[in-house]
Design a protein around this ligand. Structure first.
Ligand SMILES: C[S@@+](CC[C@H](N)C(=O)[O-])C[C@H]1O[C@@H](n2cnc3c(N)ncnc32)[C@H](O)[C@@H]1O
Length: 290
């Protein structure tokens, strides 16, 4: 297998967040990202719920199987399963408010909280993330049904895991492309493209070129559509230094930052990849029509 794209230069422009990704509960993650108005999971919720409804209809079943790549503490799973927003999660996992609680106490109270909360439709969610402690939290609290603490940039998918991923209807990610390249997708495709093939929904910061992933998926018979004329706030820039470096990266690729990154926002675009015949039957703009 070829090596993935080298995003190290682009990642250097971005503020480093690695220290918040792998704790035994999401308090540091949430308090850090709330300050930056990290909100891409709220946008992903609206779009992915619409896709999930479509999948229920076209595949004629209640339970939809979702894989969340870069799942962290199960944030997307919480929003997709329950009537919750990022604001609710920030309030629940507020660092100051719950500073005295141990991880065990947080996990125990979250198990109870989510267990007693109404779920709209049936979802089976597998979360993938190399951050073992975060994945453990997502699994123990029941936000994901299965958590896989693996780094597909550096390790292949094992046979039992491949079988578990074979029923995937929707492979999604928020805030993850850039950490992952086409290499992770190349490793997921043998499993998730099995009949019926998964739809692949990625929210991707404009600083990361999506073409290498698009090309990888095309080699599996997938066509990619970008949601035109829409951008989604991922978060505010962490500093003037980050903003300056991000804008430089964008200008190098002839992307106009005005009204977006130039205003201090890190913004993402939405890409959906599906087998070509499904795209022809129902293009993205029709799928998302209310
Ligand atoms: C900005 S966070 C986004 C988390 C979550 N999707 C959300 O929107 O709240 C980036 C996530 O990517 C994860 N990540 C880093 N390298 C990864 C890899 N090789 N494969 C999958 N996830 C990775 C990090 O551990 C972290 O959880």
């Amino acid at each position: 297998m070829q090596s993935g794209s080298d995003f190290s230069g682009i990642n250097e422009a971005k503020h480093r967040m690695d220290h918040i990704y792998d704790h035994c509960d999401p308090r540091l993650y949430c308090s850090t990202l709330e300050d930056l108005n990290y909100s891409i999971p709220d946008s992903a919720k609206l779009i992915c719920q619409a896709l999930i409804e479509q999948l229920r209809e076209v595949r004629n079943r209640d339970t939809v199987h979702v894989v969340d790549l870069g799942c962290s503490y199960g944030i997307n799973a919480a929003l997709l399963r329950y009537d919750l927003s990022m604001e609710d999660l920030y309030a629940r996992w507020d660092m100051d408010h719950r500073a005295e609680d141990s991880c065990r106490e947080i996990i125990r109270s979250d198990q109870e909280f989510f267990e007693n909360m109404h779920q709209d439709g049936k979802l089976e969610i597998i979360g993938i993330d190399p951050a073992r402690n975060a994945v453990n939290f997502a699994e123990e609290t029941g936000l994901v049904d299965t958590g896989l603490a693996v780094d597909l940039e550096s390790e292949p998918v094992s046979e039992p895991v491949e079988d578990g991923l074979a029923s995937t209807d929707l492979l999604m990610s928020t805030g993850c492309v850039g950490y992952v390249t086409e290499k992770s997708f190349e490793r997921l495709m043998p499993a998730v493209s099995r009949e019926p093939p998964a739809w692949i929904a990625n929210f991707v910061l404009r600083i990361f070129p999506y073409q290498p992933i698009q090309d990888c998926l095309a080699s599996w018979g997938y066509e990619t559509e970008k949601l035109e004329d829409r951008t989604f706030l991922q978060r505010r820039m962490a500093s003037p230094d980050e903003q300056e470096k991000v804008i430089r990266q964008l200008r190098d690729r002839n992307i106009d930052p005005s009204g977006q990154e130039a205003d201090g926002n890190l913004v993402a675009e939405f890409f959906l990849s599906r087998p070509t015949e499904e795209v022809q039957q129902q293009p993205l703009h029709q799928l998302l029509q209310p």
